[in-house]
Write a protein that binds this ligand. Sequence first.
Ligand code: HEC
Length: 110
Amino acid sequence: MRTRNILLASLLIALYGCQPDTSNKPAAWQLADKTGCFQCHITGKNLLGPAWQSVSERYRNNPDAEAHLMNKILNGGGGAWIDKEMPAYAEDLLTEANRKILVKYIMSLK
Ligand code: HEC
């Protein structure tokens, strides 16, 4: 019985250990995760879309960055980085307020 409990406990630890703990990530990260942005963007390197750190670096001194990125997420499109299109997130998929949260988050990455 005791052995079984120990086995069960190690199994749980193993299972839990496989799941990256994302509960300490900021709310904006959770929002991006929920919206599916990380299917194509992961932080730190280029996947299908550019790494958000690179986005932040490119637009850091650009006063139009926020407007441009807000628009890009709403309308989608390609050509800024690669010959692939970023999908459009219409208002019913992502509200303007949430788009703003994501853009501010992306621009805060270093
Ligand atoms: C299906 C894949 C995919 C998903 C999902 C996706 N993106 Fe993208 N994203 C791309 C691609 C491809 C580009 C590069 C477009 C280009 O070169 O103009 C891009 C570019 C961007 C850029 C840079 C735009 C620019 O003009 O410099 C931002 C910011 C961005 N994505 C944010 C997001 C956010 C926020 C989400 C989630 C709401 C998201 N992406 C979801 C594929 C994706």
